[in-house]
Design a protein around this ligand. Structure first.
Ligand code: MN
Ligand code: MN
Length: 459
């Protein structure tokens, strides 16, 4: 960390560009707390930059040309964007890939019950959370209720300042003797993460009057019945906007930086990319936090099919062209990492750590227990990135996700690498990753956007 921070090296012009960029991101993060909300907003942003629905283009039998910009929306939870370049597909694609799902609590299919004068909602946590962090916080409900008649009702409760919030209780310290002796991972059992949603009984109702009153309110507000929870996806997330952080406002605190911070910077790089010679792709995917599974996760064939559709719409499709295009491609797996934290220096090895305000971090490999499960980028690929970053004065760091044998983690990198393309993890270092509120440094956000843009333009 001997080098200067971006605060010291940024020009006045760069500093002035950074603030509004970060402010727009702060507002995006405050509004978009589910993968669906991210996709909806990102499509609007893309349309404003001339992107068109690939499905509609194909339905019209329209031919795609270099310079065309298209997007494809997978079930409202995964998005693929492409700007067609002038170079032949044999040169491959430049791909940015990030995820838009974040750790949270999901409502169970049968969530609502009444107990001891309260109405509560049962939850099942999603992704790697520390359960003790989710109690005694103001929480909001975000999601959708799909009804039998085919309509889909959006739910957002707890964000408008006039809205009530919901939450999960904890034991008072006075009675916490037994809890205090438990290991952190056991102090708050998963089945105690029940969200308190009401306490007024419905008048003249003998059986479960408080639950019935909540059902009455749900009917009033969202037109839903109790059975509609069966076909709902409602996520319990921290309530309220992302905030400037530090007396000097040098950082941003918010829910879901992992990985909306890299998804947002990737999308902005894609949208701000002038006519690139190489076809530029940005992928924002779902389900990374639970293993990239399902139809909207990176393991699905959606991306491959998207590239096949583009080749077809350009009159160039064949199975061999598709395979060769993918194998000739380059990808930045855009995901967050740990920023060295002086409160917990013992989990990192200082020489191979990343620090705030030193730009995006490149991880040659992630994984755990001897790089297991990682994508180990080639030396040659890293050299080509060093070259383009240095040429454009993009500041970056080389590091690892924590000390060897301390733990570890993975990203979507290895899934794309399976096409035999070059892939490396490049993203933004955070404090308190996976906590309800994560922290990022503002110049890292802006510098990562710059890095992604250079990648799309120069590779
Ligand atoms: Mn991530
Ligand atoms: Mn994560």
């Amino acid at each position: 960390m001997a080098s200067k921070t971006l605060w010291e090296t940024y020009t006045e012009e760069q500093k002035q560009a950074m603030e509004p960029f970060c402010e727009e991101y702060r507002q995006f993060l405050s509004r978009c707390k589910t993968e669906r909300e991210c996709v909806t907003e990102m499509i609007e942003m893309a349309k404003a930059h001339g992107y068109r629905d690939l499905g509609e283009i194909m339905a019209r039998g329209e031919r795609l040309q270099p310079g065309d910009k298209v997007y494809a929306n997978n079930r409202g939870k995964m998005l693929a964007l492409a700007q067609i370049g002038t170079r032949p597909f044999s040169h491959g694609l430049n791909i940015l890939g990030a995820h838009i799902d974040s750790p949270r609590l999901d409502l169970k299919p049968n969530p609502l019950y009444e107990d001891s004068g309260l109405a509560l909602l049962k939850t099942h946590y999603y992704g790697g959370i520390k359960k003790y962090q989710w109690v005694t916080l103001p929480l909001a409900l975000h999601g959708v209720v799909a009804k039998k008649d085919g309509t889909v009702q959006k739910v957002v409760l707890g964000e408008d300042p006039s809205d009530p919030v919901v939450g999960i209780s904890d034991i008072l310290p006075h009675l916490g003797k037994d809890q205090a002796t438990k290991p952190l991972g056991e102090a708050i059992p998963a089945e105690s993460l029940n969200v308190c949603i009401g306490s007024i009984p419905l008048a003249d109702e003998k059986e479960e009057p408080i639950k019935k009153n909540v059902l009455r309110l749900l009917e009033e507000k969202y037109g839903m019945t109790e059975d509609d929870f069966h076909s709902a996806e409602i996520e319990v997330v921290p309530a309220g906007p992302a905030r400037h952080y530090g007396l000097d406002s040098s950082m941003l605190l918010g829910y879901g930086h992992d990985d909306r911070i890299c998804a947002y910077t990737s999308l902005k790089a894609q949208l701000d990319c002038p006519d690139a010679e190489t076809t530029a792709i940005t992928l924002v995917v779902d389900k990374e936090e639970i293993g990239s599974v399902g139809a909207t996760g990176m393991h699905s064939h959606y991306f491959e099919n998207f590239v096949a559709d583009i080749l077809d719409a350009m009159g160039q499709y064949s199975d061999l062209t598709l395979r060769r295009t993918l194998a000739a491609s380059r990808m930045l797996s855009s995901d967050v990492s740990v920023a060295f934290d002086p409160n917990f220096p013992e989990v990192c090895e200082r020489m191979n750590s990343q620090f705030f305000a030193h730009g995006p971090v490149l991880h040659k490999y992630t994984g755990s227990r001897g790089k297991s499960g990682s994508n180990d980028a080639t030396a040659e690929y890293i050299a080509s990135l060093r070259h383009i970053f240095d040429e454009d004065d993009v500041k970056y760091q080389m590091g690892e996700l924590g000390k060897v044998d301390q733990g570890g983690g993975g990203t979507i990198a290895y899934i794309l690498a399976a096409y035999a393309m070059d892939v490396i993890d490049v993203g933004i270092p955070l404090h308190s990753m996976h906590a309800p509120y994560e922290v990022a440094s503002k110049p890292d956000i802006y510098e990562t956007y710059r890095a992604y843009k250079v990648f799309l333009q120069k590779m």
